[in-house]
Design a protein around this ligand. Structure first.
Ligand code: MG
Length: 406
């Protein structure tokens, strides 16, 4: 067994961060904590810092840092260094004592630190798909140049990574990503306009954050994963296929040129892909068992692009790369927020993304700053479009009201 791996955990108070810490707890002979980048949750950050005694902890703002520092001092742990903001996250990601970086900050907020970790030569376990979608071209180039491994923690890509170990890259015909299909796989198309946030937030198999749950219902999430797969495994979008697999038991598959298809099956528990990424290339013994006898059947079906226009838009963005992938992700985040606030309809999410993509010029940002600028530009455009669409919804409601009182 390799020596102790000391982890920098970016996004330590989120669900992936907490699962990572539970793995560290379970395998003290393999893993330890070097640094923790938390967010705004000072209470959890304090508990984690006292439990794990990292060298440095980062939080979002200077005020939160002062609060955390006071808590640490009161608990007799005043020696722990506390930093903040984007620079603080980068500090956590690049500390000399960290051997491995878990990148689990949601959104483009984790981008700069993930890039910095790669530049510092740290292997990365990547749970943040927005990083690969927005800046995959830059991150994978930097990783290749420095020989730094990027190990996917997203369950589908983790499965593909495992299946890829069975053959050479040139022998791969298709990467098959499985999708649950979300809650609206069978809903009549005519009813899509009436879908409420409550209905869309009910995911059949995984319990996740709000945006990713809505993204699963539109299948935009799978679209982001198609782009992520292209970048991680260096294949074109024509070689990445999506299949709807409602049981979410097969986490993904790789089809080889000789006709063999390899699948990865396991429990739907993120601790498994996290453990795999942290321990790679070793496979530690674990208690995560899948009961094959309970497996009644496996269904696979073609996704319907009319039902899931977001998936079509993602393939189009994947083919163009660069700014289009950035805009896809940014526009979706704004549109999903507007949908959750009942300002646009469910089909309005795809409409917003499509409009933003139409108005995005083809270009390939070369630096993280250029990526963030393109991201901000797409968000601004999406907000404008959402504002106009929301205005129309309000007008429509008032017109209807006026009509009914007549
Ligand atoms: Mg996934």
């Amino acid at each position: 067994m390799a020596g102790l791996k000391r982890l920098a955990i970016l996004g330590s108070t989120g669900s992936i961060g907490q699962s990572t810490l539970s793995i560290v707890e379970q395998y003290p002979e393999r893993f330890a904590v070097a640094t923790l980048a938390a967010g705004r949750n000072v209470k959890t950050a304090l508990e984690q810092a006292l439990r794990w005694r990292p060298e440095v902890v980062s939080v979002t703002t200077e005020e939160l840092a002062a609060e955390l520092k006071a808590g640490l001092t009161a608990a007799g742990a005043g020696g722990t260094e506390v930093v903040w903001g984007a620079a603080g996250t980068v500090e956590c990601a690049t500390r000399g004592t960290a051997d491995f970086v878990v990148s689990a900050i949601v959104g483009v907020a984790g981008l700069e630190a993930t890039h910095a970790a790669i530049l510092a030569g740290k292997p990365v376990g990547l749970a943040n798909k927005e990083c690969m979608v927005a800046a995959g071209e830059i991150l994978t180039r930097a990783a290749r140049e420095r020989g730094v491994p990027i190990l996917p923690i997203d369950s589908e890509h983790n499965a593909v990574h495992q299946c890829m170990r069975a053959g050479e890259r040139g022998e791969v015909r298709y990467v098959w990503l499985t999708a649950s299909g979300g809650p609206f796989r069978r809903l009549p198309l005519a009813e899509f306009a009436g879908i409420t946030p409550e209905q869309a937030l009910k995911h059949p198999t995984w319990v996740m954050g709000q945006r990713i749950t809505i993204d699963s219902a539109t299948m935009l999430n799978k679209g982001l994963e198609v782009i992520e797969a292209c970048r991680l495994f260096d294949v074109g979008p024509e070689r990445v296929r999506v299949t709807i697999h409602p049981q979410s038991t097969v986490h993904s598959l790789v089809e080889y040129v000789d006709g063999s298809i390899l699948a990865q099956i396991s429990v739907t528990d993120m601790r498994l892909p996290i453990l795999y990424a942290l321990a790679y290339p070793e496979r530690p013994d674990s208690t995560l068992r899948f009961d094959l006898a309970a497996l009644a059947h496996l269904d696979f079906e073609q996704p319907d692009m009319e039902r899931f226009p977001c998936l079509r838009l993602a393939y189009e963005a994947a083919a163009r790369g660069g700014a289009h992938c950035i805009a896809l992700n940014a526009a979706d985040e704004v549109a999903v927020e507007a949908f959750l606030e009942r300002r646009i309809s469910f089909p309005g999410i795809a409409d917003t993304i499509e409009r933003v993509l139409e108005q995005t010029s083809e270009r390939h940002p070369q630096t993280i700053a250029e990526v963030l600028a393109a991201d901000a530009e797409a968000r601004e455009l999406a907000r404008e479009l959402v504002g106009r669409a929301a205005g129309r919804v309000v007008d429509g409601q008032q017109a209807q009201k006026a009509h009914s009182t007549n």
